[in-house]
Write a new protein. Structure first.
Length: 106
């Protein structure tokens, strides 16, 4: 009878270590996902926001659609962009649609 109790206690200890190992494994996987996926994405978002914040009138931009233009006016969320050599082609667009900014004085 005592042999069964001792065997049962040994099995319970091994099961507890297995559970701790599984928890450590899940925590390691979550940390790895953070450093591989979430952290670089947040860094890229910060760079995009800094680029949009530094945009000024006269800068050349490329939109997410691949169009190149010159910034004519800037408001809180909207940028008015002049496309091509035709001075009548001015289109308002969201700031989030700007993919690249090239400074006018560069």
């Amino acid at each position: 009878m005592t042999a069964f109790l001792l065997a049962d206690a040994a099995t319970a200890d091994a099961g507890g270590m297995g559970m701790i190992g599984m928890i450590v494994y899940v925590v390691v996987i979550m940390a790895l996902m953070y450093f591989i996926a979430i952290r670089p994405q947040k860094k890229q978002q910060k760079q995009q926001q800094a680029m949009i914040a530094s945009m000024e009138i006269g800068d050349s931009i490329m939109t997410t659609g691949g169009f190149y233009g010159v910034v004519i006016d800037i408001t809180d969320d909207v940028v008015i962009v002049e496309f091509g050599s035709n001075k009548n082609c001015r289109i308002p667009m969201e700031k989030a649609a700007v993919a690249k900014v090239e400074k006018a004085n560069a």
